[in-house]
Ligand binder design. Sequence first.
Ligand SMILES: Cc1cc2nc3c(=O)[nH]c(=O)nc-3n(C[C@H](O)[C@H](O)[C@H](O)COP(=O)(O)OP(=O)(O)OC[C@H]3O[C@@H](n4cnc5c(N)ncnc54)[C@H](O)[C@@H]3O)c2cc1C
Length: 561
Amino acid sequence: MERGARVAGLQSRGSARDGRRRALLLLRHGRTGRRRRVRAAPAGELSRPHRHVYDVLIVGGGPAGCAAAASLARRGHDVALITRPAPPAKWLAESIPNSARKLLERVGALDALDAAGLVPNEGNTVWWAGEPRRDERFGEPERGFHADRAALETAFHGVAREAGARLVTDGPVIETAVEPDGWRVATSAARYRGRWVLDASGRAGVLARRGRRTRERGIATLALVGRWTPDRGHAPPDPGCTLIESYRDGWAWSVPTSPRTRCVTAMVDPRRTHLAREQGLDGMWRAELAKAARLGRRLEEGRLEGPVRACPASLYGATSHGRPGLLLVGDAGSFIDPLSSYGVKKALASAWLAAIVTHTGLEDDAMAGPACELYDDREREVYRTYRALSVPFLEQAAAVNDHAFWDVRLAAARKAGADIPGAAPVTGTPAVSEPGDRSLAERRADAFLARPEVRTAWETIRSLPAVRLHPAPGLSSVRRPAVVDDRIALEARLISDRLPDGARYVRNVDLRRLTEIAPDSDQVPDLFEAYNRRGTAVPLPDFLAALSFAVGAGFLELADS
Ligand SMILES: Cc1cc2nc3c(=O)[nH]c(=O)nc-3n(C[C@H](O)[C@H](O)[C@H](O)COP(=O)(O)OP(=O)(O)OC[C@H]3O[C@@H](n4cnc5c(N)ncnc54)[C@H](O)[C@@H]3O)c2cc1C
């Protein structure tokens, strides 16, 4: 087949309207029809490639792709970021919580976002599950952002470019091929070669969709998105806040995009929400918002700006987030419930780690495998943790609404988030919480601190006039990949029957150092001083917690116990 003709044919099949078309099919028929994919060319088929070989090709210029590109370029790698020609049209908007600031700073994007003129995010106003209005406000000066999708991408593109990545806007990527020495990626205009490729193409999942992702069965979510402006003389209340309201068979959400305009969205399930389909998208949107009494009432004195659009928002996760040479980053790997407002933050965390993993793999072939293993584990955990964190919200909504919309979501979240420590269902108002940079093993170790064995160990240590400690007979360690500074290294972790995942640090106390020196002193204050003399000093309460932990976990034994 003639090369140009094949490329042109593929381009029209994978058009940018594809997602919206599928969303409409889902609304009308409850199914999306055939899924369209970017073509995977057989190895060697992409002829006449670009001669230059980049260290990394990144597909997709959203927050994840740009953050990864900037982080890798700053480490001295030769990076091409290949994305669509222009940011998407001005319609979807996102709230980024203030807790994302640390990550934004870490990927070097905070100053750019602060300077981008986005609406400051002051917090949330929530009407959830029939509870009284709840005002969750972020303190000054640490505001988050409300971002028009187009403005957000433009700001992130600047971050990637300034860091030294080559921004290629002749996408979309329409073909990819794996070669013995790396990857080849094609747009309709050019071909690019790279040693590693990061798929950061979001829901499009240019590489992720090839059997690397699974959708959560039984729940489908569509966002009906409209832009709303109040009539003259009406100032919208809570101008800097995200508004969230649950109703019987859906929930609504509103984000300011300017002092007067809001992006207002109804989240529905095309199979379960009772939709006014005969009224078209605008009518459906109005009917849904009328169900959200408080939020809907605020829209009475205003008008829709432009048409309502349907946007797919169903959840999915990856079966594998990568292997040496290929990583799925941000939404390309998984999509969490927009209810959390953590999508962008999760994408940044994913990009930050993907950059460290890629940097490690490019510098040290032998570490590429363990680094990708860590990445896959961490990304799965993050997805499951966010799912677990949504359980309390869904429980509340399911308890008062008695509708399949909530019941199926609750069951799915419980299943997906099972076995995640520290995210157990809570009673009362759910606290907004989230996974941090810590791995599941680290969080399991944190959770172990609350176990009775640790408390008993502390009581015993406290009660003894002298503590004669020694490492448990047969104490062993395993080497597991961990983030050490800006790369992945194998780190020795102590393991025991009680803690098979192992642990190395508890409250920044190095358990290996502690077990080595423990037999040298029989007084805790002496042991504390000896520990601090041997390396980075820690405060006494953290040291005592770690000491009790080491005894409780069975790493250390007390001769007198
Ligand atoms: C309705 C809805 C509401 C949301 N609300 C929020 C919110 O309030 N707060 C929040 O934090 N998150 C929210 N999210 C989630 C958030 O949008 C994503 O989690 C976040 O944008 C993920 O970033 P990303 O870079 O991984 O992917 P994306 O932002 O999706 O970026 C993917 C990029 O890849 C490009 N691309 C796609 N296909 C190709 C191709 N073939 N070739 C080249 N480039 C391609 C796209 O143009 C885009 O630039 C919401 C999502 C939805 C659907």
